[in-house]
Write a protein that binds this ligand. Structure first.
Ligand code: NDP
Length: 342
């Protein structure tokens, strides 16, 4: 069984030499009396937050990494879609499709049954269940509707807007009736946002010399909601342009993940006088909206209202480069690696 691991903890920008492809023997059958489920992994998710689990433990990161650190030498666990090859657990049968916590490996042995669920593809490609109908979609949906609490007509700014979560936030916001501007790191991404995804406007943040005045140009009447995927200077510039009672949903701070010296320091006097809410969130706390999310989003996809943007690499051995590329802006939409044929 081939799998991907980290050689040591990674504290800065990840590089190919930080990762290793290893092999272990694995029998593809279960012992009598065992409740294990053995799955063949088909598609795995590649996500920026994994870098935080790969870092050396420090007290300031305790909340992030305490129970869920990735140990060098061990497989990197990750969300994905798989097929059951053997099962001692009566809830799962051979050849059934499942979705949940598998790993960057060819086969996974699932010991805790609550890590995976049976998957009904609902007529959609399996990759949709990793991205738009998986954790990225749920993050965008719960983050926008539950955390941002939008009202129709409000002005929404999304960073990393062509990425997996960001492009869906922008599309939900447009379909809901907001005015939406996104920022992304290339001309091609900006065109995608404006021409294919229906954003009202978009800009390349790498071309801006002054983010505060750039946002002032895109939002002359101020920002009501900022969906933050990147942190640091962009968060500071967005807060400076927020309207009274504005909401900042801090989904992630990718620009800070690989740069220990970088931290957002929004002007707190602005936060006080404009009564701004800055709220971090984790998707695990929003499972209550799961059923609504699936029914709303699957309808929007079927009607052609929601565009699905995927970026699929092939081969277990290409997971490290696919992952590293997230921090360089190589991906457009949800980055997934296909490990095996269905
Ligand atoms: P993306 O698909 O958005 O990929 C990452 C993107 O971030 C890149 O394509 C790049 O786009 C942008 N980026 C990379 N480095 C920087 C940088 N230094 N400054 C600005 N932008 C950068 O990933 P996801 O959609 O999976 O994740 C987006 C965010 O959501 C992350 O912060 C992630 O941690 C967070 N997240 C949070 C969850 C939660 O429960 N709170 C759950 C899932 C994700 P570009 O070309 O535009 O720079």
């Amino acid at each position: 069984n081939n799998y991907i691991t980290i050689k040591t903890h990674i504290n800065g920008e990840p590089k190919e030499s930080d990762f290793e492809l290893k092999t272990a023997t694995l029998a593809l059958s279960v012992e009598p009396g065992s409740y294990d489920v053995i799955v063949k992994n088909l598609y795995v998710s590649v996500d920026p937050y994994q870098i935080n689990r790969m870092k050396t433990h420090s007290s300031s990161q305790k909340a992030v990494t305490a129970s869920r650190r990735i140990t060098p030498g061990e497989v990197v666990d990750a969300y994905g879609v798989a097929k059951v090859v053997a099962s001692g657990n009566p809830k799962f049968e051979k050849d059934e499709l499942v979705v949940g916590r598998i790993g960057w490996e060819e086969h996974s042995v699932i010991k805790e049954e609550n890590l995976i669920n049976k998957l009904d593809p609902m007529g959609f490609p399996l990759t949709y269940h990793v991205g738009v109908l998986g954790t990225s979609g749920l993050t965008a949906y719960a983050g926008f509707f539950e955390v941002c609490k939008p009202k129709k007509g409000e002005k929404v700014f999304v960073s990393a807007a062509s990425g997996s979560v960001g492009n869906l936030v922008g599309q939900y916001a447009k379909l809901f009736g907001c005015y939406v501007v996104g920022c992304a790191g290339s001309k091609q991404k900006v065109e995608l946002l404006k021409e294919k995804l229906g954003f009202d406007d978009a800009f390349n943040y790498k071309e801006q010399t002054d983010l505060k005045s750039a946002l002032k140009r895109y939002f002359p009447d101020g920002i009501d909601i900022y969906f933050d995927n990147v942190g640091a200077e962009m968060q500071e510039a967005a807060v400076a342009n927020m309207n009274a009672f504005g909401r900042v949903a801090v989904c992630g701070v990718i620009s800070e993940y690989t740069d220990a010296g970088k931290r957002a320091a929004p002007d707190m006097i602005d936060v006080v006088y404009k009564r701004i809410t800055i709220r971090g969130f984790l998707i695990v706390d929003h499972m209550n909206v799961y059923a609504d999310f699936i029914s709303t989003t699957s309808d929007q996809i079927r009607r052609g209202d929601m565009q699905v943007i995927e970026d699929i690499a092939t081969g277990l051995e290409n997971i490290p480069s696919a992952f590293i590329g997230l921090f360089r802006g190589d991906n457009i939409g949800k980055r997934i690696v296909k490990i095996a044929e269905e």
